[in-house]
Write a protein that binds this ligand. Structure first.
Ligand SMILES: *[C@@H]1O[C@H](CO)[C@@H](O)[C@H](O)[C@H]1NC(C)=O
Ligand SMILES: *[C@@H]1O[C@H](CO)[C@@H](O)[C@H](O)[C@H]1NC(C)=O
Ligand SMILES: *[C@@H]1O[C@H](CO)[C@@H](O)[C@H](O)[C@H]1NC(C)=O
Ligand SMILES: *[C@@H]1O[C@H](CO)[C@@H](O)[C@H](O)[C@H]1NC(C)=O
Ligand SMILES: *[C@@H]1O[C@H](CO)[C@@H](O)[C@H](O)[C@H]1NC(C)=O
Ligand SMILES: *[C@@H]1O[C@H](CO)[C@@H](O)[C@H](O)[C@H]1NC(C)=O
Ligand SMILES: *[C@@H]1O[C@H](CO)[C@@H](O)[C@H](O)[C@H]1NC(C)=O
Length: 578
């Protein structure tokens, strides 16, 4: 449960004549401007429109340029050791959106979801990309999906690439099974092999498909099990510096969200049950009485280790019984029908009423694109299964140049694939980046490594991530240059979370207040604020308390303040934080 993707059950796409007709017209009108590219290392196409996306004036122009491509990982001119392809031909699919602001050269973010087996395209269309597919996207009784322009899209500041990794995840595939193959079609995976294949795919896209990208800073960012993917990718690149020189020269930063770091460090039970139990106690989900009782039943060694006595195990089970139901990726989630859970379902009637309201909003919107305000009660859109439904549609596949018969395979915890967890620790690669002085890497400057963490995520929770990163920084005797303190969003007094820095901010631990596992989905404004500081390489702006008189007034008019605040930040979804 380390990724955005037990969601793997897919409902068959519903195809409508009307929809097909609309998209046919769209395609015809845009066909002339679409471009295809071919090389020995793959093929890629510019996507000029997507079914379900229109600006207010009816234009199908996307907010920035979009590409859909495949990296040919079987070509003899790439560096994959033959054994690593398991004697198959492998084709890794990716989507890329370019940065919107073309006046200055933009950095590039390679984005990963985790799993193992989660498609990074899910993150691109549910979390951080320009166009989102959520339950608010479903506009009519006929399940017509509409893409929502994301006000907090990362493409405002960077080019964004998402690989469906490793093959056959998403639209990636292997021969001989082909696009219709299932989860085992590309052989047995392990963390090392993922790193090797990802490194090669990035090298090809950056130096062959889009060589302009290699002129500007490159950032690796991901969440959950992607901590291991990214660590192994970096490790492989650092071990083969000549091959990966074009990427390493520009690698400026790595950001790991709610991330696993190898089975000896984080994920894999290394730190015992304590951080998770503490998470529930610390979030008021277990009484102080029960907590104190637990501490009489288990020793500190048991709570922090891999094995427990029968007495301790029974006590832990009692605590979990008391905690009861919760959503593994977000303690405070309010989505009634979520991608991860079949137990919570919203009635069809309720959904249609909501959709009708959303449709009206779209129709009355004067902003660019399908701007739908983020629902107040949640602070974010509920994803449901819409992403999978959308990419099941023939018109969506046609528009993005993927085979109509592709199996969109997506997994969580490697289920349905053959996956061996073999990464013990990615920290050696992290250390090499932080202490870098090699002129061939980032011009001899340290490569920033920022850990970020949603503090409402029960799965890779804030206590376990803190333990791992503090233990690491201490073991390296890194100088802590900024103590835990709060940071604010966008020059306001709204606290986005807390940050701690070592090595003058080269290493940074940033918490995101109120966020679950998928930070850009749950706290989009906070995630964008984090991104801006990360790309600039500057500390997050600190909270400055308002003058005492203001504070007094605020307390006295508490209720009114929160109403005003909601009005002042209508679409930020931050009212709960105030
Ligand atoms: C539609 O609006 C977009 C921006 O919102 C603009 O770039 C485009 O030129 C407009 N197209 C027409 C046909 O007015
Ligand atoms: C992939 O590369 C190999 C080796 O260069 C080549 O033989 C093969 O035709 C390529 N496949 C596709 C589909 O382009
Ligand atoms: C990882 O996978 C590669 C390629 O299949 C294989 O050569 C290697 O032995 C595997 N390592 C482990 C520890 O499973
Ligand atoms: C996947 O496909 C292979 C080859 O067709 C088959 O042997 C295997 O049983 C399939 N696995 C699943 C889980 O469907
Ligand atoms: C899937 O579609 C491709 C064309 O896009 C075709 O070559 C292939 O044979 C099809 N596979 C199956 C199993 O139908
Ligand atoms: C930041 O604040 C400015 C000015 O108030 C506003 O225009 C902008 O939309 C805000 N950005 C975000 C990400 O909230
Ligand atoms: C942090 O920056 C200061 C001022 O530039 C410098 O003196 C100090 O050595 C740096 N500390 C670390 C740990 O890099």
């Amino acid at each position: 449960m380390w990724s955005a993707s037990s969601l793997l059950t897919r409902r068959g796409g519903v195809l409508l004549a009307l929809l097909l007709l609309l998209s046919f017209i769209t395609m015809m009108s845009d066909a002339a401007s679409s471009s295809s590219y071919r090389s020995q290392t793959g093929w890629w196409d510019e996507v000029t429109s997507l079914p379900g996306y229109r600006t207010q004036n009816g234009s199908s122009t996307l907010p920035s340029r979009m590409f859909s491509g495949y990296v040919n990982l079987s070509s003899d001119h790439n560096v994959l050791p033959p054994a690593l392809t398991d004697a198959t031909s492998m084709f890794m699919h990716y989507f890329m959106f370019t940065a919107e602001d073309t006046s200055t050269p933009a950095p590039t973010i390679v984005w990963w979801n985790g799993g193992p087996g989660a498609s990074s395209a899910w993150g691109l269309f549910v979390e951080n990309g320009p166009l989102l597919l959520t339950e608010e996207s479903v506009l009519s009784e006929e399940d017509v999906q509409q893409l929502i322009l994301n006000p907090y899209r990362w493409t405002k500041h960077a080019n964004l690439i998402a690989f469906c990794n490793p093959p056959p995840i998403g639209f990636s595939y292997c021969l001989p099974a082909g696009p219709t193959g299932n989860g085992t079609a590309c052989g047995t995976w392990n963390d090392t092999r993922v790193g090797i294949v990802d490194a090669e795919a990035i090298r090809i896209v950056v130096s062959d498909h889009f060589p302009a990208l290699a002129q500007h800073p490159i950032y690796f960012m991901g969440e959950s099990y992607a901590g291991v993917y990214i660590g192994e990718t970096v490790q492989w690149m650092l071990s083969n510096p000549t091959t990966f020189a074009p990427v390493l020269a520009k690698l400026a930063g790595v950001a790991l969200g709610d991330a696993c770091l190898g089975s000896d460090v984080l994920c894999g039970g290394a730190s015992g049950p304590y951080p998770t139990l503490l998470f529930f106690y610390g979030h008021g989900q277990v009484s102080t009485e029960l907590w104190n009782w637990l501490l009489t039943q288990c020793t500190t060694t048991e709570l922090n280790g891999r094995t427990q006595s029968a007495t301790c195990t029974a006590a832990i089970n009692k605590i979990y019984d008391a905690v009861g139901g919760y959503y593994a990726y977000n303690l405070v989630d309010q989505c009634t029908s979520d991608a991860f859970s079949s137990s919570r379902s919203v009635s069809q009637k309720e959904r249609r009423q909501k959709n009708a309201a959303a449709a009206e909003l779209v129709a009355s919107s004067t902003a660019l694109g399908s701007t739908i305000p983020i629902p107040e009660e949640n602070g974010y859109w509920c994803p449901g299964q819409i992403f999978f439904e959308y990419f099941d549609r023939a018109d969506a596949r046609t528009a993005t140049f993927v085979p109509l018969n592709s199996t969109f395979f997506n997994a969580d915890d490697g289920e349905g694939m053959s996956y061996v967890y073999n990464s013990l620790s990615v920290m050696p690669a992290i250390t090499a980046l932080l202490l870098n002085r090699n002129p061939a890497i980032n011009q001899g400057r340290p490569v920033h490594v920022w850990a970020f963490d949603g503090d409402e995520d029960p799965s890779v929770n804030i206590f376990s991530t803190q333990e791992a990163w503090w233990k690491y920084a201490t073991s390296q005797t890194f100088q802590k240059t900024k103590e835990w303190s709060s940071w604010v969003i966008n020059g306001s007094t709204i606290v986005g979370g807390y940050s701690t820095e070592w090595l003058n901010g080269t290493l940074s631990f940033v918490s995101i207040r109120g966020s679950g596992h998928m930070v850009a989905e749950y706290k989009p404004a906070s995630a964008l604020a984090f991104l801006q500081s990360f790309l600039k390489g500057t500390s997050l702006p600190p909270y400055v308390a308002p003058p005492p008189s203001m504070e007094g007034r605020r307390r006295r008019k508490n209720k009114r303040t929160s109403v005003n605040a909601r009005r002042r930040f209508p679409s930020s979804g931050l009212s709960k934080d105030l």
